[in-house]
Ligand binder design. Structure first.
Ligand SMILES: *Cc1c(COP(=O)(O)O)cnc(C)c1O
Length: 223
């Protein structure tokens, strides 16, 4: 069994090799540490990682507090309830799951006094299941326009989780197409947060700028 450092090195090598092969720049690697201890985050920190992903505010906020490292970028990648926004903003540097107007309203209200804008990705639902997080593809550009009008929010781009129904390539192609349309209106919103343990190499081929990788690096999660 390879250890944490070896798994991290393997994933990073694969990403680098694929980027070279595709002639593209390297993405931001977000190590997803949900359901893992802050001790594991600390080990990854000592291996040089600075971007970590958590899907629950109740878990991420205390972990960030315990680690107390100002140079970590915390990415909130899970569905966000409006009543958790205040706590989310106490630790998250980037929110990947903005998917509705009510959440935008709350984020706007809670960032009003911020000096540096909060980075936000709009999460798009690529499945036919409304219960999954994300705005429907045909509502995405409208929500993006609304985000772009808020000076305390920085519209980074789009985020999606490939559905289990399709091959990841089919979903990545749809989100890449949507991203192209978004960039035609908001050129700086070129971020694309796609790619997880099972599909990160494919995601690179569709323009992923942020990979969210958990188990391939951390090993299985404890539930
Ligand atoms: C858990 C999670 C990931 C990482 O999943 P792995 O398959 O462990 O790499 C990525 N994105 C989101 C939104 C997640 O909840």
């Amino acid at each position: 069994m390879p250890n944490l450092a070896e798994r991290l090195a393997t994933v990073k090598d694969q990403i680098s090799n694929e980027c070279t092969r595709l002639g593209r720049s390297e993405p931001t690697l977000i190590v997803v540490t949900k359901n893992h201890s802050s001790e594991l985050v600390d080990r990854l920190y000592r291996l040089g990682e600075r971007n970590f992903g958590e899907n629950r505010v109740q878990e991420g906020a205390p972990k960030a507090l315990e680690l107390g490292k100002a140079d970590i970028n915390w990415h909130l990648i899970g569905q966000l309830q409006t009543n958790k926004v205040k706590q989310a903003l106490e630790f998250a540097n980037t929110v990947h799951s903005l998917d509705r107007q009510s959440l935008l309203t709350e984020l706007t209200k809670r960032t009003i006094e911020r000096e540096n804008p909060l980075e936000v990705f709009i999460q798009v639902n690529l499945t036919s299941d409304d219960a999954r997080g994300g705005v429907q593809p045909n509502q995405t550009l409208m929500l993006a326009d609304a985000v772009a009008q808020v000076p305390t929010l920085k519209l980074m781009g789009l985020m999606a989780v490939a559905s289990l129904e399709n091959e990841p390539e089919a979903d990545f192609e749809r989100i890449a197409e949507l991203s192209k349309r978004l960039r035609a209106i908001h050129p700086s919103a070129h971020g694309l947060s796609i790619g997880m343990s099972g599909d990160y190499l494919q995601a690179l081929n569709y323009g992923a700028t942020h990979l969210r990788i958990g188990t391939a690096i951390t090993g299985n999660r404890q539930y």
